[in-house]
Design a protein around this ligand. Structure first.
Ligand code: NDP
Ligand SMILES: N[C@@H](CC=O)C(=O)O
Length: 349
């Protein structure tokens, strides 16, 4: 049987985009063996490093090498094009769009419009960007359903750790009533490193190198990223239809070394905790730094580790821990959504 080609377009080629591209090149053969499909990347767009388009597939290895060497795509290559990510979403030939641009917390844009453009063209979409799920989940889900295409977003909360997939696939008929946990790696890491006496700028620099700090670190530090994840969990798992503005939010920006040490004397550690549930008959969501007992399960969530506890009517509370993720685990989240789409495509063919 002749192999088919699946075309994908990648918007945003930073930490996540590059790690996903690397993983894809490593797994091409396995994908081919399992699905009899070749995955061709037909577009890669960035904000300042250029855009590549090639209907027959871009050479990812040389693209990654060019970025490593020049921090820019090679303008001399035939694939190099001066077009925007929206033009890619609207015009380039692809089957699946990957939205990997930075979180814009105050609107979820332009990521939401990129995804809408794909879904309107009856193309599947995958997002690692929380903005669209925190701001416009219902309309995107409904549009995907109406146009009979797939829309996945596993990476938006806890990277490749199954959270949405776990509930979807394994907690059938359960009604989610509450979500809580530690959902932001950066703040967890920063609080711990500051407690060791390190300087804030040094710690952020290390987090940036490792790829988990948002392009604008205040998104993490002021609790916006955690608020976006809490809103995403509530929207997807509880149909809450809220935005990050509905989350009662306080970040760690005012927490000092002295406060951390005072908490230690009380036998506690400070963690940025997220909560979403129903209080007094109303959907309530909050993100704020709180002291937890140093011997508690939450205190054991160290470094970039995160945890979510999901309470349901039928299965009680299920907790999922992601241990010390690095960028490869984020890339896996995007990759696992790709595999889910390929699985669906191969089942319907
Ligand atoms: N890093 C992580 O650990 C995780 C990240 N995420 C989410 O994944 C997304 C990507 O994160 P990450 O890769 O770390 O971010 P980066 O800042 O490293 O990369 C973002 C990429 O998007 C490009 N970009 C910015 N604006 C646009 C635009 N309008 N159109 C096209 N490209 C654009 C940037 O271009 P240029 O290179 O020119 O700046 C860059 O290539 C974010 O939404 C983030 O919240 C989710 C889970 C974990
Ligand atoms: N900036 C985020 C990255 C993952 O979503 C974090 O620190 O958790």
């Amino acid at each position: 049987m002749m192999a088919d080609n699946i075309k994908i377009a990648i918007l945003g080629f930073g930490n996540v985009g590059k790690a996903f591209a690397k993983l894809l090149t490593e797994k091409q053969e396995e994908i081919f063996n399992k699905f009899n499909l070749n995955v061709d990347v037909t577009a890669v767009s960035t904000r300042s490093k250029g855009c590549l388009v090639n209907e027959d597939g871009i050479d990812l290895i040389s693209t990654l090498n060019d970025l490593e060497k020049y921090n820019h795509f090679d303008e001399g290559k035939r694939d190099y094009k001066e077009i925007s990510s929206m033009e890619v979403a609207e015009n380039v030939n692809y089957d699946i769009l990957f939205e990997l641009t930075p979180l814009q917390i105050f609107s979820g844009q332009p990521a939401t419009d990129h995804i809408k453009a794909a879904l309107n063209r009856r193309k599947h979409a995958v997002s690692a960007n929380k903005g669209p799920i925190a701001w416009s989940f219902e309309s995107l889900r409904d549009l995907a359903k109406k146009n009979e295409v797939l829309f996945y977003y596993e990476t938006t909360v806890m990277d490749g750790t199954p959270v949405f997939n776990l509930v979807d696939e394994t907690l059938k008929f359960c009604k989610v009533t509450e979500v809580k946990g530690i959902l932001n790696s950066t703040t967890n890491f920063v609080l711990e490193e500051i407690a060791k006496g390190k300087l804030y700028d040094e710690v952020i620099e290390e987090g940036k190198k490792r790829g988990f700090v948002e392009e604008d670190p205040s998104m993490d530090i002021e609790g916006w990223d955690a608020a976006a994840k809490t809103a995403a969990l509530l929207n997807v798992l509880m149909g809450a239809d809220i935005t990050p503005y509905d989350v009662d939010r306080k970040g760690i920006e005012d927490i000092t070394y002295e406060q951390i040490k005072e908490a230690e004397k009380r036998g506690n550690v400070i963690k940025l905790l997220c909560y979403g549930g129903i209080e007094n008959g109303k959907v309530t969501a909050r993100v704020k730094p709180e002291e937890v007992d140093k011997n508690s399960m939450l205190a054991a969530i160290t470094g970039t580790t995160s945890i979510v506890s999901i309470t349901t009517d039928l299965m009680g509370t299920v907790s999922i821990v992601e241990h010390e993720p690095e960028i490869e685990q984020t890339a896996y989240g995007v990759f696992s959504d790709l595999i889910r789409v390929l699985n669906n495509i191969s089942l319907t063919n």
